[in-house]
Design a protein around this ligand. Structure first.
Ligand SMILES: Nc1nc2c(ncn2[C@@H]2O[C@H](COP(=O)(O)OP(=O)(O)OP(=O)(O)O)[C@@H](O)[C@H]2O)c(=O)[nH]1
Length: 804
């Protein structure tokens, strides 16, 4: 659009051309002007050469009436154009001419509305009038002035508009003479205008800055007209500067609000309401500042740098966030300040605050997310560094130092994220980090301490378990004192080891004591559980011990029951050793408080059972008829007296057979050593059988038969190893021989027949193969003493109630 071309702002029907104004403003770049612009409008009778004057004065292009077509109205409504080559930007409005007729008090008439609009919007109002109307009662512009002054009252505060009276077609009368008459006319009209009470005595000069200029006729003295117009034009240069034509103007609406302000003015005027200029200014400022704010928010959200930051902080901490975002916000707010600078200060400031909080609201989630990442990162880094620091510095020092270092790191990170425009407090996030760090330290401490405790408990278990087992197995008077000594020594070593290991944890006294006590208790519990295990196997142990002592001699060699051994004494020794085992295992004796279990057991089980014992008190009062030992608390009892009694009974029953076997073996041995008939029988046999013997010797046949019988008998004797068989007793020898007899006879017969009977060879071979098996079964029988005990061991095991 050619800026010289004029735009119709309001048409003849009073319709405001919003889009026309908007595009006009864009064209002339009005919004950038701030307050550096002026608005000039012209009023006057129809066809009084207003458009002609404006076009000459401002080099605009308002429609003029063609002089040759005659006078008729050409301007309808209000038109607007930009003055050419006048600084600052000057907007020129050409108003529809007044028809000079009185309209009464009808404020709705377009003439009044457009006059009010021009007064509200313009800094300078040109009043175009014919020279010959000055001093005339029926002057054409009198109603106009009346209207202007009347509507002026409706502007709440005067804008101190410059009212420049342009006298057209001036006569020869000099302006010096005309001006007083004109001012008098104006004063008369001002005085005649009904005023509200507040302005009753307000002078005209309070509202208007009245100036007068006279021009020669454009039609008759064009050259002169042009010259005068050119001079007048100079006065419009820098018109808003102090001392300029509109130097006193007030209540200027910033250029970017001109469109909205004009629309609002026209709207209010059309609704026939009063124009409250201050309120209007606030309203325009509010709307415009809000608009500027919205624009700034939109610019900020569309900013590429902001978008990159916003996206980046979703996944990680971004260094330099605070500085960058602060500068983006600063730029945004400065732009607002620049654009809103000319609007009402109160409105502008409050809208700035709104803008700022809106922007911060936009930024806050990113900031919080950033702090969240900072917290997580710091915590992770702390965990990693802390583990290493613990190894180097010890637990407590590492915990203290690392916590301090990483909280400081968080402080630095949050400082980096700080946004200048706001005082967001990161302390809540820091507190959460502190809590997380503390929780981690506590959990690591718990893990490390339990690891250490487990290590030392393991060491203690290892140091105690096997030795305790060995000591219990040996069961003697010294067993429990030795266990106590061992427990004391090993516990002391473990406790001092743990004590020095946990020294770096700087634990409070109570916790440290508790840990050490726990270790001590663990030592005791190892011993106790070992003792319980052994107590559960007491019957086997007792039988083992019995068997060892009974079946083997002092050199651990197996006994051969030759008949010379004192089986009773051996049995007694073996039983008393087994009883010692029972009394040792009956209770846990970790304190040196002594008990009488040993005595009680020997009294009750050995002495009471002796046939010669007649003590009535012992027989009548069974000391084992109790479920608890004297001076032994229940928790330390492994085998109760009653259980001891039943165990002993079982033990005796199960070892009885061994003893019986031994006695039997001894008897048999004794008999085997005397297998020849007694000497008197031999003598009788010699005397009585002398004749028969001689007969046999004299008869060669009998001699041959006897020789054959002798040979066969000798063969059987050798084959069956009869002499050896009887060494193990008579009965076993008989049993063994009976099983071997038939096969051996068969063997001998086959061997005799062997000479000529080759087909019998496989059978013989089979018999030969059978031989070692028979021998082995034979040997099993000979070791009956120990095998009978072993088989009984495989019988049902005693299950101690303590072990359960
Ligand atoms: N006598 C005289 N006539 C003039 C002067 N200037 C312009 N005219 C003539 O007056 C007639 C109307 O001129 P415009 O400039 O259209 O007048 P206007 O006041 O804008 O007219 P409307 O907008 O219709 O009210 C034209 O024929 C002009 O040539 C002047 O200084 N003296």
């Amino acid at each position: 659009m050619d800026p010289c071309l004029s735009t119709q702002l309001i048409d003849g029907d009073g319709v405001f051309n919003v889009s026309g104004l908007e595009s006009f403003m864009k064209e002339v770049k009005l919004a950038e002007c701030g307050l550096s612009y002026a608005v000039v409008s012209i009023m006057g009778p129809q066809s009084s050469g207003k458009s002609t004057l404006l076009n000459h004065l401002f080099r605009t292009n308002f429609r003029e009436m063609d002089a040759f077509r005659g006078r008729s109205q050409t301007t309808k409504g209000i038109w607007m154009a930009k003055a050419q080559n006048i600084e600052p930007c000057t907007l020129v409005m050409d108003l529809e001419g007044t028809d000079g007729r009185e309209r009464g008090e009808d404020d709705t008439a377009f003439e009044k509305q457009s006059a009010l609009f021009a007064l509200a919007v313009s800094d300078i109002v040109l009043i175009n009038m014919w020279c010959h109307d000055i001093g005339r009662e029926q002057a054409a512009n009198k109603p106009l002035l009346k209207t202007v002054f009347q509507v002026m009252m409706r502007l709440f505060s005067p804008r101190k508009t410059t009212m420049l009276f342009v006298i057209r077609d001036k006569s020869k009368t000099p302006l010096e003479n005309l001006e007083p008459i004109l001012r008098e006319d104006i004063q008369k009209i001002w005085d005649g205008v009904p005023k509200p009470h507040a302005h009753k005595d307000t002078p005209l000069s309070e509202f208007f800055n009245v100036q007068v200029v006279a021009l020669n006729s454009y039609e008759e003295k064009e050259e002169l007209f042009r010259e005068q117009v050119s001079n007048l034009r100079d006065r419009f240069q820098q018109s808003i500067a102090p001392g300029g034509l509109a130097g006193d103007r007030r209540g200027v609406v910033p250029a970017s609000g001109f469109s909205f302000s004009s629309q609002q003015f026209w709207k209010v005027i059309k609704e026939n309401k009063d124009l409250d200029l201050p309120a209007h200014k606030v309203m325009v400022a509010t709307v415009r500042c809000e608009e500027i704010g919205y624009e700034k928010v939109a610019t900020f959200t569309a900013d590429e740098e902001w978008q990159q930051f916003e996206e980046a902080v979703q996944s990680d901490y971004v260094p330099g966030f605070g500085k960058k975002i602060s500068s983006l916000l600063d730029r945004c707010l400065s732009e607002y300040d620049m654009e809103a600078i000319y609007f009402d200060e109160g409105v502008r400031t409050s809208k700035r605050h709104q803008l700022e909080s809106k922007l911060l609201q936009l930024v806050n989630p990113a900031y919080q997310s950033l702090l969240g990442h900072l917290r997580t990162r710091t915590l992770e880094a702390f965990k990693e560094s802390f583990d290493k620091a613990v190894e180097k510095e010890g637990f407590a020092v590492a915990a203290r130092d690392s916590t301090q270092i990483f909280l400081e790191k968080f402080d630095k990170g949050s400082e980096d994220a700080t946004i200048q425009q706001v005082n967001w407090d990161p302390s809540k996030v820091k507190d959460k980090l502190k809590r997380d760090i503390e929780a981690h330290v506590v959990s690591v401490r718990a893990t490390k301490l339990s690891e250490l405790c487990a290590t030392y408990e393991g060491k203690l278990t290892k140091a105690l378990a096997e030795p305790v087992e060995a000591l219990l197995d040996s069961a003697s008077e010294d067993t429990w004192p030795a266990i106590r000594k061992l427990l004391q020594r090993e516990t002391k070593a473990a406790v001092s080891g743990l004590e020095s290991a946990i020294s770096t944890f700087e634990l409070d006294e109570a916790t440290e004591k508790e840990l050490l006590l726990r270790l001590e208790n663990h030592g005791r519990s190892v011993v106790e559980s070992k003792a319980r295990e052994e107590a559960a196997r007491i019957l086997i142990r007792m039988k083992d011990r019995f068997s060892t002592l009974f079946s083997r001699d002092a050199d651990s060699m197996p006994r051969v029951w030759t008949g010379k051994e004192d089986i009773k004494a051996i049995t007694k020794t073996a039983r008393s050793a087994s009883m010692k085992l029972l009394s040792t295992m009956a209770a846990i004796r970790l304190e040196e408080d002594g008990d009488n279990i040993d005595t009680t057991l020997s009294l009750a089980l050995v002495d009471a059972a002796r046939p010669g014992t007649t003590d009535r008190s012992i027989q009548s009062l069974d000391p084992l008829a109790s479920s608890s030992w004297e001076r032994v608390p229940e928790e330390r009892t492994l085998i109760s007296p009653v259980q001891c009694k039943s165990l002993w009974r079982q033990f005796k029953a199960e070892t009885e057979y061994t003893v019986t076997q031994a006695i039997a073996a001894q008897e048999a041995n004794k008999r085997n050593n005397n297998w020849l008939p007694p000497p008197w029988a031999l003598a009788a046999m010699a005397v009585l059988g002398f004749n028969e013997f001689m007969t046999l010797l004299r008869n060669p046949f009998y001699l041959a038969v006897m020789f054959v019988v002798f040979l066969v008998g000798k063969a059987i004797w050798v084959q069956l190893d009869i002499a050896n068989e009887f060494r193990n007793g008579f009965l076993p020898a008989l049993l063994s021989l009976s099983t071997k007899f038939v096969p051996t006879i068969m063997n001998i017969l086959k061997r005799l027949a062997d000479e000529g009977a080759a087909p019998a060879a496989p059978e013989r071979q089979r018999e030969t193969e059978l031989q070692p098996r028979n021998n082995s079964s034979n040997s099993n029988v000979t070791s009956a003493g120990s095998s009978s005990l072993t088989s009984s061991e495989n019988g049902p095991e005693y299950s101690s109630p303590v072990a359960q």
